[in-house]
Design a protein around this ligand. Structure first.
Ligand code: PLP
Ligand code: TYF
Length: 396
């Protein structure tokens, strides 16, 4: 009965990780999947999360169901994190808890499809799951060039052209900060242009915010584009993840926010979001949401979280600077300053597919197939090894 099914390929990033796991070389290095690692290479528990867990362990919360829009005390914390206290208090946000950022994207696509928005425009290169996820629910997709390999910057002309020429009811999936995989973020002026172009157009903006705080070190600053669109009285959606900025990868804590300007419509939109979640997941999961809500609603822990995130951003800036300094010292052929121009965890190195394959097979350094390097995987102990390998593959 099941023998008609055909095998499906692994996600390319997961395939790279599997190769890494199978490599017996003791000096192998993982700079593939987007997970933050501490300066000593160990996996990192945010001090704020540790504090929240201590509270959690003292106050027995029980194991009852939450609600179908999630853990009630999680919702305002999720809203305040993205929108700030003022906007969160204005009553224009329909929010549900979701199965992290991916679950949020899925719920966003469902509610947008219900509202008639069935084409998803994705700038390339992009996070590998957007297109399959939209197609999975029967929506169409279109692509446009986001990043220019030559200049190693955003091809903003192409972004503008895609918006101007978009068919009605197109959804633009835009990453708010720390673009995955390119590390190239839109400037404030570019966001202004995008707002001007979309404000009176029959299209929709979906903000994907999976790394809030990792670009500037300040969560409020990184959420600026979202608040800026809100100020113009626009309706749009935000997909929020706490996987990265609280290090809660496995807990699957996230939220979907829909900005609804008409107060009468808001409960209707919310009821649709809850229905969608109910039919697929029923009740929201409790554990990660409890940690998030404890961090966000306990002032002294919230301050620690601010410092945690600032520390991550600072370490990424330092490592990027050191990569550039080391390559400069090695006189590695080519221009490498994009490493310090890009933000967040990812450096889109520009190594070709063949060079990337050599990094893996000859030097046991596992970057993703598109040449993306997780900067957080580099540290004092392996930075030189990484740069020397890169230098060698570029030279020959
Ligand atoms: N969006 C982007 C740009 C990502 O890089 C990721 C993955 O890390 C996600 C969304 C989804 O993340 P998660 O489902 O782990 O919260
Ligand atoms: O791009 C990354 O590394 C993260 C984690 O199918 C990830 O976004 C990787 C692959 C995938 C889902 C998430």
């Amino acid at each position: 009965k099941f023998s008609k099914l055909e095998a499906e390929a692994l996600d390319p990033i997961i395939a790279t990780m599997a190769r890494y796991a199978a490599d017996p070389n003791p000096n192998k290095m993982d700079v593939s999947i987007g997970v933050y690692k501490a300066a000593d290479g160990s996996s990192f528990m945010f001090p704020s999360v540790k504090m929240a867990k201590e509270i959690y362990n003292k106050v027995e919360p029980g194991h009852n169901y939450t609600t179908m829009s999630g853990l009630p005390e999680f919702i305002p914390v999720a809203q305040q994190t993205v929108f700030g206290d003022k906007i969160a208090g204005e009553g224009k946000l329909a929010t549900i808890q979701t199965i992290s950022g991916t679950g949020s994207l899925h719920m966003a696509m469902l509610i947008l499809r219900s509202a008639g928005y069935t084409n998803f425009a994705v700038g390339t290169p992009a996070w590998s799951n957007y297109i399959p996820m939209a197609q999975h629910i029967g929506c169409t997709t279109s692509t446009y060039k986001y990043y220019d390999e030559e200049t190693k910057t955003i091809d903003f002309e192409s972004v503008v052209c895609a918006i101007e020429e978009a068919s009605p009811k197109t959804v633009f999936i835009l990453q708010t900060c720390c673009h995955n995989p390119t590390g190239a973020d839109l400037s404030k002026n570019q966001w202004k242009t995008i707002r001007d172009l979309t404000i009176n157009k029959d299209c929709m903006v979906l903000f994907d915010i999976a790394y809030q705080g990792f670009a500037s070190g300040d969560k409020d600053e990184d959420a600026w584009p979202i608040r800026y669109f809100y100020e113009a009285g626009m309706e749009f959606v935000v997909c929020q993840s706490f996987s990265k900025n609280l290090g809660l990868y496995g807990e699957r804590a996230g939220a979907l926010h829909v900005v609804v300007q008409d107060k009468d419509s808001l409960p209707i939109v919310h009821s649709n979001m809850v229905k969608n979640f109910r039919e697929e997941c029923s009740f929201g999961p409790a554990y990660g949401a409890r940690i998030v809500s404890t961090v966000g609603s306990t002032p002294e822990i919230k301050k620690v979280w601010d410092q945690d995130v600032a520390g991550v951003a600072e370490r990424m800036v330092t490592m990027r600077r050191r990569i550039l300094d080391t390559l400069t010292k090695l006189e590695t052929p080519g221009k490498w300053d994009h490493v310090i121009r890009q933000t967040g965890l990812f450096w889109f190195s520009g190594l070709t597919k063949e060079q990337t394959e050599r990094m893996i097979s000859e030097y046991h350094i596992y970057l993703t197939q598109n040449g993306r390097v997780n900067v957080a995987g580099l540290n004092d102990a392996n930075l030189d090894q990484f740069c020397k390998a890169l230098d060698a593959v570029v030279r020959s």
